[in-house]
Design a protein around this ligand. Structure first.
Ligand code: LRH
Ligand code: MN
Length: 426
């Protein structure tokens, strides 16, 4: 389903006057406080988040999966859905593919469709946490860290195949997440597992095109429940340093033990110039892959406060890859993604309101209360008129979720695809 320009304009007509009233009120207030409002709006307008190709259908858990009607059953239908998200929000102009869940059948056609929809190919993800039917070796006991050279070679070859698929689409980065680990004490030789992983990653890194980057994603547990080879940011950083200056860490918000100070990790990684990208989601307990900002919105704001500081002060850190990594067990996947995109833009907009210089002066003066108040004032600002203005500026709609519902998108998708179409992915 493609949304026509006129449909978006008609939809916006109703709310335009009220928006302009809200926007000018907020803009005047912020300008009085010294905020360059148009600069904030422009930054929001250029901010693009990659949509995970594996999260456009209903997700599931080991206790079951409840499919969602009208799911995209092909890569082409997934790109169509991302195109629709982008036409509504103007902030979803990229896709992150997961291989082999989304192997393009016709590269030229997929490239052309994506270009027409204004979607670029961000990082491609390898998958050595599931065995493929025709595979000679099994990843049951690990992949790049496996004690068996044959298994490691198979996993290395798969990662290089993923890179070549990405090359055909114009992607420039590979994301490696390993389920490798152990579930029982004594099962693993920790040192050998890490050395095999380092050497395997180095081999992939050496064979990647010279203009490609590697993102190494860490996770403390699941599917292994005693140890994970790449368990935390320090291990990911060490492995990235072991590969070279085109290897970086990837922070998935759900991959931290309870109460971990993720914003401090972000600050350290940016200072070291080794933060490559993000997988945005939210969680209450484990890697719950819930809608961004639905459980800990203040924590997300604090993370963006460090990202804004880093983007202004750490030229040594490359531009970041922004991606969502969520799983939709209960809600319409597209509505869930619209909510996540809104929450990400909101956290970013609030972080852009922080007067970094005034904050630094208060920090130097140990005026703790003033430091806290500056952050909370920014966080307590309703920035939604700024986000709407950025969308409007790019040709999007004022309220994507309302438009999605009022335009009956899901009903249309069900008419086109039927009730039983199932999307590949998690
Ligand atoms: C692992 C992970 C990783 C993906 C997978 C779909 O939990 O976050 O990023 O490969 O989810
Ligand atoms: Mn992830």
């Amino acid at each position: 389903m493609i949304l026509q320009e006129q449909q978006r304009a008609d939809f916006n007509k109703k709310g335009l006057a009220k928006h302009q009233q809200h926007f000018s009120f907020l803009a005047n207030k912020l300008e009085d406080e010294g905020v360059a409002v148009q600069k904030v709006v422009d930054k929001l307008a250029e901010f693009q988040v990659a949509i995970p190709s594996w999260a456009l259908g209903a997700g599931g858990t080991r206790f079951g999966r409840f499919s969602y009607a009208g799911e995209p059953a092909t890569l082409e239908q997934k790109l169509e859905d991302i195109g629709l998200l982008h036409s509504l929000t103007q902030t979803a102009g990229a896709v992150s593919l997961h291989i082999p869940w989304d192997v393009p059948q016709d590269y030229a056609a997929v490239r052309e469709q994506a270009a027409t929809l204004g979607i670029r190919f961000d990082a491609v993800n390898s998958n050595t946490f599931q065995d493929q039917k025709e595979a000679k070796e099994s990843y049951k006991f690990g992949s790049l860290s496996n004690t068996s050279p044959a298994v490691r070679e198979q996993a290395i070859a798969h990662n290089l195949e993923v890179v070549s698929i990405g090359e055909h689409l114009g992607s420039k980065s590979l994301t490696v997440w390993l389920a490798d680990g152990s579930s029982y004490p004594g099962q693993h030789n920790f040192q050998k597992a890490l050395m095999h992983t380092q050497n395997s990653l180095a081999e992939i890194y050496e064979k990647m095109p010279a203009d490609w980057t590697m993102f190494i994603e860490y996770k403390p547990y699941e599917p292994n429940f005693y140890s994970t080879v790449i368990q935390d940011w320090g291990t990911s950083l060490m492995l990235a340093n072991g590969c070279g200056n085109r290897a970086f860490t990837l922070v998935d918000l759900g991959h931290h033990l309870p109460n971990t100070n993720i914003e401090q990790i972000v600050a350290i990684l940016m200072l070291k110039g080794k933060l490559g990208g993000f997988h945005f989601n939210d969680s209450k307990y484990g890697d719950d892959d819930l809608t961004v900002g639905c459980i800990k919105p203040y924590a997300l704001f604090l993370i963006f406060k460090e990202l804004v500081y880093g983007m202004e002060n750490n030229a040594q850190n490359p531009p970041l890859s922004w991606m969502i990594d969520a799983s939709h067990n209960l809600k319409d996947p597209l509505e869930d993604l619209i909510q996540s995109l809104e929450a990400i833009q909101e956290a970013y907009a609030k972080a852009l309101l922080v007067d970094q210089q005034a904050l630094e002066e208060a920090q130097e003066a140990h005026d703790v209360t003033a430091c806290q108040e500056m952050l909370q004032n920014a966080y307590r600002t309703d920035v939604r008129p700024l986000i709407r203005q950025a969308r409007l500026q790019q040709g999007g709609v004022l309220s994507p979720l309302d438009a999605y519902r009022q335009l009956g998108v899901r009903r249309q998708l069900i008419r086109e695809r039927g009730l039983l179409s199932v999307a590949s992915g998690l």
